[in-house]
Design a protein around this ligand. Structure first.
Ligand SMILES: O=P(O)(O)OC[C@@H](O)[C@@H](O)c1c[nH]c2ccccc12
Length: 268
């Protein structure tokens, strides 16, 4: 079994368990459930936007522990001050060390920044959870969902006011999964089954994504030159976790990257 299959199998038992403990009606009573959501799409396409979505990620199956010494509210607030247009916070516990509590702390610290609930969504119950914790955007990963599931979950997410980021890794996934219930397309440079990363994946798929979807390049992004190159290829969003999280001060690492991108674009 590859790691993605393992994560999804575990997620099914986790969701079944959560459903037996907390009903949809109870999730709807959560204080943040009815909160008006913020648009990541608008934030990424605004004039002068950095396009950077910074991720709070404690550990991952490919890297092990990345950083277990920092706090979600401090780091994410620093990210926003340093120029992030959006935040991504892992809520998967067993494989990524994230929690709803991490998400909640980041949410409270950043009331006006669009936030992605980063998890493996396989059931509409999780969309209700996303609303209850104050998420604005959810992720649908083509590698672990059928085209029908993507369409169904995308439609449900929209009916709750959530934006939808569809994640693809190759041409086939893109062609089979893209539908009207998606707002943004994320190209994951990391193959979730093998962990191999290549920015070429984003460069190759760019022209195949219709322009009515905001394009986001995800994973293994490390330097300003790559961001500038991806922007020229049509990407408006850049999802970055490890490059920041592996440092003592993730927000400072983002600030440095933004400064470098700015100087390269000004003198290009
Ligand atoms: O830490 P990186 O290499 O900058 O990657 C961030 C993000 O793209 C990555 O965490 C990710 C992309 N898609 C996912 C799906 C599930 C879990 C995690 C991910």
């Amino acid at each position: 079994m590859n790691i993605l299959d393992k994560i999804v199998a575990h997620k099914r038992t986790e969701v079944a368990d959560a459903k037996s403990r907390v009903s949809l009606a109870q999730l709807e009573q959560a204080p943040l459930f009815g909160r008006p959501t913020l648009s990541l799409k608008n934030a990424l396409t605004a004039n002068g936007a950095s396009g950077i979505i910074s991720e709070f990620k404690r550990k991952s199956p490919s890297k092990g522990i990345i950083n277990d010494r920092v706090l979600p509210d401090i780091v994410t607030q620093g990210y926003v001050a340093a120029g992030a247009n959006g935040l991504s916070v892992l809520t998967d516990t067993d494989f990524f060390g994230g929690t709803f509590e991490d998400f909640g702390k980041a949410r409270a610290a950043n009331p006006t920044t669009p936030m992605l609930r980063k998890d493996f969504m396989i059931d509409e119950y999780q969309l209700w959870e996303a609303k209850a914790i104050g998420a604005d955007v959810i992720l649908l990963i083509a590698a672990c969902l059928t085209p029908d599931e993507i369409s169904y979950l995308g439609q449900k997410a929209h009916s709750l006011g959530l934006e939808v980021l569809l994640e693809v890794h190759d041409r086939e996934e893109l062609e089979q999964s893209l539908c009207e219930h998606v707002d943004m397309v994320g190209v994951n440079n990391r193959n979730l089954k093998t962990f191999v990363t290549s920015v070429e994946t984003s460069l190759e798929l760019a022209q195949l994504i219709p322009d009515n979807f905001v394009k986001i390049s995800e994973s293994s992004l490390k330097d300003a030159d790559t961001i500038v190159q991806l922007r020229a290829a049509g990407y408006q969003g850049f999802l970055i976790g490890e490059t920041f999280m592996k440092t003592e001060d993730p927000a400072a690492a983002l600030r440095g990257l933004v400064a470098e991108i700015t100087s390269k674009t000004q003198f290009a």
